[in-house]
Design a protein around this ligand. Structure first.
Ligand code: SF4
Length: 212
């Protein structure tokens, strides 16, 4: 089967399983989404959703966040992994938004990536989920699924992103990103298992995919 045919069939299956995948991180606007995505590194979405309500009750925009002492931000997010660095980045990022972007989250990939603690994946999530601008955030989970499903042979997330963008229409990128995240969480156990029971790997996986 050609790679494009495989992608189309996988798209149909994902649409059937997750017709309207919700955004898993709770937020009210681009700023709160940006902070939530930044917090999600090395942390589960559920954990982020537990810390953000008290954090946003204190500071829900760049001005109030920049005014919070770093130790106070840290105290509010300390149950997330890498909390000291995240607290520092949240404070600096909020200050930069005020000074350089008029207190608004820029709708611009390069400007987002220039903010402290914001990498390409985080910037992509904000572009597609907050602004509706086509972007395909690829993390290690999506990278692994794309290889298992023979949608990409890339060795790194950058090339996987390029491959996936060619296979799916840009209007679907945000949805496909979420669907693949949900699929991986729901279907892919950490241990060896029977790939024949998987709705996608049963027909799309590489021969050497052992279900790990
Ligand atoms: S076979 Fe297993 S690892 Fe592969 S996609 Fe299906 S559930 Fe995930």
């Amino acid at each position: 089967m050609k790679r494009q045919e495989r992608a189309d069939r996988i798209g149909d299956i994902l649409d059937r399983i997750y017709p309207r995948p919700p955004i898993p991180l709770e937020h009210d606007d681009p700023f709160t989404l940006l902070i939530a995505v930044l917090l999600s590194a090395q942390t589960t979405d559920a954990q982020v959703n537990r810390v953000t309500p008290p954090l946003f009750a204190k500071a829900s925009g760049p001005a109030t966040m920049a005014a919070l002492p770093e130790h106070e931000i840290h105290a509010l997010i300390r149950t997330c992994g890498l909390a000291p660095g995240k607290a520092r980045n949240i404070k600096r990022l909020s200050q930069l938004l005020l000074v350089e972007h008029g207190g608004k989250v820029p709708q611009d990939m390069a400007a987002l990536e220039a903010l402290p603690g914001v990498g390409h994946k985080t910037a992509s999530v904000v572009m597609v989920q907050a602004f509706g601008v086509p972007a395909f955030p690829v993390d290690t989970h999506i990278h692994r699924l794309a290889r298992r499903w023979q949608l990409s042979r890339a060795k790194n997330v950058e090339q996987t992103e390029r491959d996936l963008k060619k296979l799916f229409p840009s209007s679907d990128w945000g949805k496909r990103h979420l669907q693949m995240i949900y699929f991986g969480r729901e279907y892919c156990p950490a241990r060896l298992h029977d790939t024949k029971a998987c709705p996608i790997c049963s027909w799309a996986a590489a021969k050497n995919h052992s279900g790990l």
